[in-house]
Design a protein around this ligand. Structure first.
Ligand code: F6P
Length: 496
């Protein structure tokens, strides 16, 4: 197996590891290849963090069986990892996205458990850990990201005890009743406890994790501190049960650090005359309806796109709204297209969109303007500016940065955010119209109320939302996480 070629002298005081790099290798049908920005909230959040620091970002190139030397991408040093086609299948599509993803999102889709997927997950995590160990300078800070790499903290600690290791989970951490289904539940907990600080999106996620630690390891947790007995894990001795009198322990911090976006950058784009002109153009192209509603998601079953379409379709069928007055724009960017559940979802969503358009669209007005691709950030900002109502109806979501992007863009204090209470963002964005996406009647009422909301109320809500998003931006998120991580460096204790 070919390994990443890292020059002897190439080592960094700050290393980020995630499955995805900020750029993804794309190969077109004509065989030409290029790098393009990667999808998802993790990259949106981490890019500004990395641009502001000297360090390297380790991750997969996005294509199987390709080796790339480290290179600079728009001010970020990236170290691409190679995954074989089988590893992509077993580690990425399999264990990460067909076992952990549905399990961690409240089993909205049934998780699949395969022992060979798990074995590949262990192998790939080990390779990420080996690479990070090789390129980290003495005493470096290594920040590991997300559910694809939960074993890396322990593996890295065994290889390089001098490092300070942080971990951030971008997706929810499930309640123990669900988590305990996982055949490898104890190994994952042990993997994560290799970190000095484990960050979660919500307090509830951190609490779920601490409970799993108590149930599976018997360690004492005094929120946000977990006491991990010091035993020589390199010798295969596994700690179990509370720290005994006279015994030494390491402290691990497990707490919430709600992730965010570079709010100022979004506002700057929104204030650009060319983007504002584009927003006006979008409205015109859609036939200048009174209300434009917008959904922006990776095409994922956790996002509640079907629930949103159902509510909109029923409102049209009930005659409570018409396509002349209310248009829905749905951007559904392609995601995990070789995983069965995602293939089915695409069929289901596109069938529904087709039906609603077939039933209600007129020659001059479509009901749903549906787009199965991603857009550059400029176009997204223009869409946010054009949208009167933003629909975030996730059934479960770690945070949902689209909600924050919409708010950051609306410097005009206009627009209404309808936000699922099951998205992490709901903990902070309390002045959004919070909804339960399973309650279709409630969702329909919220849509009607959003459409009819007087300007003064819209402005009052949006001002409050903007204060939260501007104050708690991504810089604050990373600064706070890294501050706690620095303070925790090598924290030890002895039980009296
Ligand atoms: O934020 C969750 C997450 O799974 C990230 O880890 C990931 O980069 C993003 O969504 C997009 O998913 P994927 O990398 O599978 O395309």
């Amino acid at each position: 197996m070919a390994e990443v070629q890292v020059a002897e002298h190439e080592s960094y005081p700050f290393v980020v590891i995630s499955n995805r790099l900020p750029v993804d290798r794309v190969i077109k049908p004509d065989g030409s290849a290029s790098w393009r920005p990667s999808p998802g909230g993790l990259v949106t959040a981490l890019e500004p963090v990395m641009r502001a620091r000297v360090g390297a970002w380790v991750g997969w190139s996005g294509q199987p069986d390709l080796d790339f030397a480290p290179f600079d991408s728009d001010g970020i040093r990236v170290v691409p990892m190679r995954l074989s086609a089988l590893e992509v299948q077993n580690f990425y599509e399999g264990f990460s996205n067909d076992t952990l993803w549905p399990l961690y999102h409240d089993v909205i889709a049934p998780p699949t458990y395969h022992r060979d997927w798990w074995e590949t997950y262990v192998e790939v995590n080990q390779r990420f850990a080996d690479t990070a160990a090789r390129i980290s300078s003495p005493g470096a800070v290594v920040w590991v990201h997300d559910y694809q790499l939960q074993l890396v903290p322990k593996m890295l600690r065994l290889l390089r005890p001098d490092l300070t290791i942080g971990f951030f989970n971008h997706i929810p951490f499930p309640p123990y009743g669900i988590y305990s289904q996982l055949p490898w539940r104890t190994q994952i907990i042990e993997g994560l406890l290799g970190a000095d600080v484990i960050g979660f999106q919500r307090l509830a996620d951190a609490n779920n994790f601490s409970r799993a630690v108590r149930r599976l390891k018997g360690f004492v947790t005094k929120n946000p501190i977990i006491e991990v007995p010091l035993v020589d894990e390199s010798e295969g001795v596994r700690a179990q049960g509370p720290v005994r009198r006279g015994q030494e322990f390491r402290t691990v911090v497990a707490k919430q650090f709600p992730i965010s976006i570079d709010a100022a950058a979004y506002e700057t784009l929104a204030r650009t005359p060319a983007i504002q002109a584009r927003a006006r153009q979008i409205r015109e192209d859609l036939g200048n309806p009174q209300t434009i509603m917008l959904g922006v998601d990776r095409l994922d079953y956790t996002k509640g796109i079907g629930h949103r379409l159902k509510a909109y379709g029923e409102l049209l069928a009930d005659g409570r709204i018409s396509v002349e007055d209310v248009t829905l724009v749905q951007v559904a960017s392609p995601s995990r297209e070789r995983v069965q559940t995602y293939m089915h979802l695409r069929d289901e969503i596109e069938l529904t969109v087709g039906r609603i358009n077939g039933d209600f669209a007129t020659i001059s007005h479509t009901a749903i303007s549906y787009h199965h691709h991603g857009y550059p950030r400029d176009e997204m900002v223009a869409l946010y500016l054009a949208a009167d109502v933003m629909l975030v109806t996730a059934l479960r979501d770690g945070m949902n940065l689209v909600a924050k992007e919409y708010v950051a863009t609306r410097f005009d204090d206009d627009g209404v955010l309808i936000l699922s209470e099951f998205a992490g963002a709901a903990d902070e964005l309390k002045r959004a119209m919070l909804i339960n996406p399973h309650d279709i009647d409630g969702l329909k009422d919220a849509i009607l109320a959003a459409i009819a909301m007087p300007k003064r109320d819209r402005a009052a809500r949006m001002r409050a939302l903007r204060r939260r998003v501007i104050e708690n931006d991504v810089d604050k998120w990373s600064t706070e996480f890294l501050r706690v991580l620095n303070n925790s460096r090598g924290a030890r204790g002895r039980k009296d």
